[in-house]
Design a protein around this ligand. Sequence first.
Ligand SMILES: NC(=O)c1ccc[n+]([C@@H]2O[C@H](COP(=O)([O-])OP(=O)(O)OC[C@H]3O[C@@H](n4cnc5c(N)ncnc54)[C@H](OP(=O)(O)O)[C@@H]3O)[C@@H](O)[C@H]2O)c1
Length: 347
Amino acid sequence: MIAVLTTGNGGIELGRIAIPQLGPESVLIKVIVAAQNPTDWKTVANFKKKGNVVGCDFAGVVEQLGPNIEGEQIQVGQRVAGFVHGGIKSNGSFAQYLVAPAHMLIKIPSHLSFEQAAQVPIAASTAYSCLYKSLSLPLMSDSDRNVSTTILIWGGNTSVGRFTLQLAKMSGIQHIITTSSSQNFDSLRQLGATEVFDYHDSRAGEKIHSSTGGSLRMAVDCISEGTTPYQVSTALSAAGGTVAVINPYVSLKNGVETVFTLGYTLLGDAFEFPIIYEPEPKQVEVGRKMSKMVAGLLADQKIQLGPVKIIPRGLAGVVEGFDYMKRGAVSGEKIVYRIAETPSVDS
Ligand SMILES: NC(=O)c1ccc[n+]([C@@H]2O[C@H](COP(=O)([O-])OP(=O)(O)OC[C@H]3O[C@@H](n4cnc5c(N)ncnc54)[C@H](OP(=O)(O)O)[C@@H]3O)[C@@H](O)[C@H]2O)c1
């Protein structure tokens, strides 16, 4: 099959590689659309092994079932979205085929295109982990429920932030503060934010602290690098609080606990990134619950998806997509590649 492969020196190239082997509890997928996340280029830059298949998020069609997936209600021909741990082995979403764990597949409802669905898996599962695992918020239920907590979602216009805002609102949180560029304030209010601050303002953290009367105890940092560890900690109460972080850091402010979430742990495999993560059955269960919940919300049209930016020439466009993302041009959109547009590659 054709795939985007690591060159071993921080670069990528289009090449040919064997279709990955189907194992137990997994499914072979024909990838129709792959979506790009910052982790794709960061993994290529940091893990310099040659011949790994790049890319995590995908939407595609179930081609073949592996053993032991009876309980997952997956059938050949079904339209599904999901993610794999791309860039570290010979299985990734920037390819014509991939093997994915059955428990993480999100069924795509008929009203959604493959392009729209491909943007969902990593962003939604990270939002889910931050709110319900790291911050231990109660899972949303069908009943009307108000949670009197105030939450700060720093970086509301990121892919992760847009899902976190919507899940927080559906979970009944009444007061949701977020940050973005000023031109995106209205769009984030539509997703559930009650107050929005401009993150370019170096005093945004202090302003949030004042506006909450120094009472804020809970945050999700959807950036977790650069100045945001300082800004988010400043926004919190003098007594501290808990911050769900998605790039690991320790806050320098007394009383602030950071809880790191790594979406890949939901896949249920052992991996090195860069430390060794052992598989945990508990995480597989979290991943299964997340996929079912997100599939239900998509089917009920309760999630508002953002625009996609289709980079032409399929997998041959990934170099351009990486450049676009690395120079910070992504704003509230998801880069996607249509695999069928990829030009042929010699063996
Ligand atoms: N641990 C995990 O499992 C996990 C999972 C997913 C992502 N991540 C990490 O999370 C980060 C975000 O990923 P993503 O895909 O959600 O991002 P993304 O969609 O590429 O984020 C782009 C957005 O970031 C916003 N932004 C940039 N700098 C900001 C700042 N200083 N404060 C607030 N907002 C800022 C911009 O908002 P405006 O357009 O309003 O300017 C822009 O729209 C990345 O570092 C990624 O590697 C980790």
